[in-house]
Design a protein. Sequence first.
Lengths: 389, 191
Amino acid sequence: MSRRTLALAVSAVLVFTTVGPAFADQPPVPPGYRPPADSDEAGLWMQSDEAERRIQTLPQLVRDEALNAYVKGLVCKLAGDYCRDIRVYILDVPMFNASMAPNGMLILYTGTLLRCDNEAQLAFVLAHEIAHFKKRHALDQWRNAINTSGAIAVLAVVSAGAGVFGLIGLMAELGAAAGFVSYSRDQEREADAVGFDIATAQDYDPHEAAALWTDLSAEDAADPAVRNRSTFLSSHPQSKERMQTMLAKADVLASTAKDWKTDPDDLNHATEPYRAQWYAEVMEFENSNALLTVLNRKIARAPHSGELQYFLAEAYRRRNEGGDIEKSRQAYQTAIDDGNGPVAAYKGLGIVAMKAGDKTAARSAFDQYLALSPQANDRAMIEYYCSRL
Amino acid sequence: MKSVLRLSMLLAGLALASCAPFTLVEDKPVTVGAFTVQPQMAWSSGRTNQSHIDMWTVDGLALNSLVFFSGIGNGEPLMDLPNASKDGTRTYSSTMLPDEVAEFVGYYLTHTGSRELKLGALQPVHLGAQQGFRFDATYVTESGLKMKAMATFAQPNGKLDLMLFYAPEEYYFGHMAAPVEKLFETATVNG
């Protein structure tokens, strides 16, 4: 693929995102829609199709059948007759993001799956993107961009990041494009409203939409750089505004007698094989502050999760700023006391106790680690640590 | 913005930046930075423009690289990362336990474009008179190439001395694993 072709392709992928003037309200796309071959929209779709073929070869594409089936199943539940029109691509990127290309290519970052506390929150994210597709927002923005800046300007901005297509390169492309091509705030508000209706029609708890934006707002506040790394956050209305809007809608809807659902177990089950890797990626690619914010709010909802307490301990240990070792020690202990933390919590407890100079506690933790994991492949290392105590 | 360069490309860039020629390393004991090693075969050696880093290769840096990091002190990075802010780059601490040193090395692998990093279990070893440690790692480059690595290090006087070998999993790592293993086993750290 030539650089120019790739630039065209990537620009099509990213059309979902722009600041733009008022848009002409397009009629909703009908299920099974393909644009007429002689239309500008067909050209837009062709470029999206080309980009989609490129996405399919990315090493960051998560190919796990079970996880893809879960997300695709949820998309179909929400999209109804549009199920066949939308294809899901999960990318292993630790930031919060989801996006919809004009041709129905839905990209979802693993950072989104990690941050959603339950299926209801994920449903609101996906429904928002489905709304963009149904309302043909990308076409409006594409035409606005062409009319106001010209095609050359559109391509110039996007092609600047098109030469590199790795994990960071991909995000650079998304980020570069987001500064130019993003949905208007009005379109985002419309997608919020339509997406809200789509998700609540499937009985997903309306308060979870506001809860999600509250959480993202907190993460944003803890680390303002998050906004710069996420096209989703940077192009959307302020989290506070969305939170208040969603909350008001939720309060009205929730007053109706209905058995609203959150379905945390399904999401937890689908993501269970990957969460350790995803937490580590957030820690490495973003920072411990971002991970601590995510973990602390998850722990507020699930205080007895040994897994969450273990990763909280790991995050504090790795950040290792004032008081972090003691916080890490407490979290490892809580993970152990809750009875469902990983055996590695004993090793972590031994390490932080050793760093704190508490030899007795360190030896006790290491002994318990080896007792519970007699075949541990790091036994020699643990025995070395013990020999130093 | 984190580096988009793979480790081998970055190190190759460092060598080019210094205009340092590669020189032949014969199979006889040689001192490289903090290490004295028996090479086990002929290598090509080059210095980088970061004075604490030496690198060797047999077939080319992208195919197999043995990198020597010597005398990393308290508060110092393992290497300079392009485009990384000083505040955002992880630095070495003399109080790091061996597991934390392995994580520190992993950080630099990740931030030179690697993904899906998996660190193997640490093992205590001897590097001459110095207490040393050994671990293996696997990762995937940003272009999807599966890589394997092995590392050994010591912390004499609180400073970090590290040898890191990495190569594509397919052919090159297996081809070089035995002699590099032997090189690691016979290495000494001149602490």
